[in-house]
Design a protein around this ligand. Structure first.
Ligand code: GLU
Length: 440
């Protein structure tokens, strides 16, 4: 095992959507490809918005996708450790207290914007005298805290974006602790990544600016800065994807019959120079991972495309990948799969083949003749064609006029898998009864 370790760090404030699922997929695949570990970290510092229901749902979806984690951590359990680091960084002057109210900050922001300047916090708090602070405290103001960035260039070699460079002068010192004492995500995330030995961080490019500040946080902790990879964000028809776009929730996709591996295959190749093709196991998919093949443009995620891909995925699915999920055997699967939109639909065909059914008789003379001509078992490859020829000769019917009534008698449906493949599953006895209009 290598020392590579990645993490997926969802905030349990909503259900898994296609955007954070993609982040999880990439992290998991990279861990596998590099022989490393995958940590599931629950970022539950936002006590009000974090819910057990969401956390359970995240675990459920990760399990369903097959993205097993080797370790797990929870931010709410690590506050004492964060406090310890904060005390040290305060002593070193890297964390400082600020007393501006949200309204005051907003006024400052607007003033800077009006002057055509970037809305960067002016570090007014660093100029406060002891009397100022005492006065604020008397007024009942409580401090929030910022991390002080050091002037200069912040650079990293991003696995997706290549060399990425920020000038600290263009960044505001990030707020890391709120007035109520609760932590914002930035610093705890770095402390965790440092403590858990995270070597690679793959996440959405909406975090790029956070990364610039976090690089300095890693340095302040005396740790090695992990390798970063920022994935271009997916866009949907409505623009940027967000947790609020319920229709793109992975639970919903699952309920609609989208296969877990179809989602993984699709997301791993979307926006890369490679074609999207079905992978039926994660290990094989991991072997193909190459972040350098990801383009810089924001890929469009189209639910319709995923559905079309899923259909293709299902129709080519090897039987051993779903034998625990379908009632019929390999022969049954081979007969019906070419006609399915989802694996669940196979169930319907199982009942059509093996459970009593009320046939639909459209041309009784024809189906009675077909019943008479049906050769007794055992059948072979040629049976169906020979039978059809015999019925054709006897009735003079051909094409749709011949096949349609037979299909409706045998399956009670207008369309479906090839009759040639269904017939051996239905069997002589049942087929004959159905052709005669009897429930069988
Ligand atoms: N909890 C953060 C999020 O969901 C994690 C970001 C990160 O990967 O560092 O956005």
């Amino acid at each position: 095992m290598s020392d590579v370790k990645v993490r997926f760090a969802p905030s349990p404030t909503g259900f898994m959507h296609i955007g954070n699922t993609r982040t999880a997929v990439f992290n998991w695949l990279l861990a596998r490809k590099l022989g490393g570990k995958f940590l599931l970290r629950i970022d539950d510092t936002d006590v009000l918005r974090s819910k057990k229901e969401y956390e359970d749902a995240i675990r459920d979806i990760l399990g369903w996708l097959g993205l097993k984690w080797d370790e797990e951590a929870r931010q709410s359990a690590r506050v004492a450790r964060y406090d310890e680091v904060v005390a040290k960084l305060k002593a070193e002057g890297r964390i400082y207290a600020c007393y501006e109210t949200a309204e005051e900050l907003e006024v400052m922001r607007k003033r800077l914007m009006a002057q055509g300047k970037p809305p960067i916090y002016d570090r007014g708090a660093l100029k406060l005298t002891a009397e100022d602070v005492a006065r604020y405290q008397q007024e009942g103001r409580r401090p929030h805290y910022r991390f002080k960035l050091i002037a200069g260039k912040i650079e990293w070699d991003d696995m997706v974006r290549g060399k990425t460079c920020y000038d600290a002068a263009n960044l505001a010192d990030p707020v890391i602790i709120r007035e109520d004492g609760s932590y914002l995500y930035h610093l705890p995330s770095v402390i965790d990544d440092f403590d858990f030995g995270i070597t690679h961080i793959i996440r959405g490019e909406d975090h790029v600016t956070n990364t610039a500040a976090q690089v300095q946080m890693f340095e302040a902790l005396g740790g090695k800065v992990p390798v970063f990879a920022h994935l271009p964000l997916l866009t949907g028809k409505e623009g940027k994807l967000s947790k609020r776009l319920g229709s793109l929730g992975v639970r919903e996709l699952r309920a609609e019959g989208i296969e877990a591996m179809a989602i993984c295959s699709f997301l791993a190749k979307l926006g890369t120079s490679e074609a999207i093709e079905p992978f039926y196991d994660l290990e094989a998919l991991a072997a193909t991972l190459d972040l350098a093949k990801l383009g810089r443009a924001q890929p469009k995620f189209d639910e319709e495309e995923l559905k079309i891909f899923n259909r293709h995925f299902v129709r080519h699915m090897p039987y051993d990948k779903l034998k625990d999920r379908v009632r019929g055997g390999a022969e049954f699967w081979a007969a019906v799969r070419g006609n399915l939109d989802s694996v669940a639909e196979a169930d319907k065909w199982y009942d059509i083949c093996f459970a009593p059914l009320e046939p639909l008789i459209e041309d009784a003379a024809l189906t009675m003749a077909a019943a008479e001509e049906l050769p007794p078992e055992p059948w072979n490859e040629e049976t169906y064609a020979l039978w059809m020829n015999a019925v054709k000769a006897k009735t003079g019917k051909k094409g749709k006029e011949l096949f349609h009534p037979i299909r409706k008698a045998l399956t009670a449906l207008e369309n479906g898998p090839e009759l040639k493949n269904l017939l051996p599953l239905i069997g002589f006895e049942r087929a004959q009864k159905r052709l005669r209009g009897q429930r069988a």
